[in-house]
Design a protein around this ligand. Structure first.
Ligand code: OAD
Length: 286
């Protein structure tokens, strides 16, 4: 991507944010780490904690086929990324502030913690590209429950079973018909997009149009390693300024401006510079 506009420092970011009214915000795990939720690929991230599972690639914990073969693997580690409820970070508040100021076109989040909803990001403004823990669905009968219903099982590192299918499952097991029973029979799967699953329709329905409509891109707290979200950056028309806010530099994408640091701090700094009407409300704990 060659630079076609004079846009390379924080003052330019501030002036673009002031002028913009269709900001496309891409977010990842880094916006929730200040709440104690690990990101995925950092040295102390979620994937670094999975060595004992003996997988060839830790990403396999989100592999659909493996989930069907042995759901206990996912349920043995999911507690580590279980989202806290009714809490969000200052960065979530920053996105909410962009929304309140009619500047947010859309927030494409790769996060599955659903904290954007607690922060008050409107469902129309939010694309949860990799689904979320907000709901869970039975892999056998598709019965859906609120995510919280399976949180106790996740905390106990136990497989969550479907309230509708479980009696049949137990009957089949009792009658020694185990050989007919797939491991994942009647298992609840959180509505997270696993590798091997299509992204939610909403993503594909919105992204093309949003790429044409947006007037600024801000990517925050993501390593941009997973497609198709990672590919958004290279699909952006060259005239649209692209800003990175991240703890670590992202070398494989050519951002116009990289504001490196903890995203809560960078956002607070930006808001301070934007003026008194840009107070990030203190996150509510309810
Ligand atoms: P990664 O763990 O790959 O990247 C997180 C990025 O956030 C890193 O570049 C960190 O430097 C940065 N970071 C961490 N804490 C930060 C902070 N406080 N402030 C600013 N930056 C910070 O996570 P994602 O890019 O979100 O898929 O990962 C994308 C997808 O890969 C996830 O959605 C997940 C995973 O497989 C599923 O859950 C299905």
């Amino acid at each position: 991507r060659s630079r076609i506009h004079d846009f390379y420092n924080i003052d330019h970011v501030l002036s673009k944010v002031k002028l913009a009214n269709k900001i496309l915000v891409i977010t990842g795990a880094g916006i929730s780490t200040s709440l104690g939720i690990p990101d995925f690929r950092s040295s102390k991230g979620f994937y670094s904690k999975l060595e004992s599972l003996g997988l060839s690639d830790p990403q396999e914990v989100f592999d659909l086929e493996l989930f069907h073969t042995d759901p206990s693997i996912f349920y043995s580690i999911a507690f580590m990324i279980l989202p806290p409820e009714n809490i969000h970070s200052p960065l979530h508040s920053f996105i909410k502030l962009l929304q309140s100021k009619q500047k947010l076109l859309r927030n494409y989040t790769q996060n599955i913690d659903n904290l954007e909803s607690y922060a008050g990001i409107h469902p129309d403004k939010l694309i949860q590209c990799h689904g979320s823990f907000a709901f869970a669905t039975c892999v056998t009968c598709q019965y859906k429950v609120k995510g919280e219903k399976i949180f106790p099982a996740i905390r106990n590192k136990e497989i969550a079973y479907c309230p509708k299918c479980n009696s049949t499952r137990l009957k089949l097991l009792k009658n020694d018909e185990v050989s007919y029973l797939p491991e994942s029979y009647g298992v609840m799967k959180p509505d997270i997009t696993f590798f091997g699953e299509a992204l939610p329709r909403k993503f594909h329905d919105s992204i093309k149009k949003d790429l044409l409509d947006c007037d600024l891109i801000i990517s925050i707290g993501t390593s941009l390693k997973v497609s198709p979200v990672a590919d958004i950056i290279e699909r952006v028309p060259p005239k649209i300024p692209q800003v990175l806010i991240n703890r670590d530099p992202i070398d494989h994408c050519n951002f116009d401006v990289s504001l490196l640091g903890y995203c809560d701090d960078v956002a607070s700094h930006l808001c301070q510079k934007l003026g008194p009407k840009w107070n990030i409300p203190h996150p509510k704990y309810s």
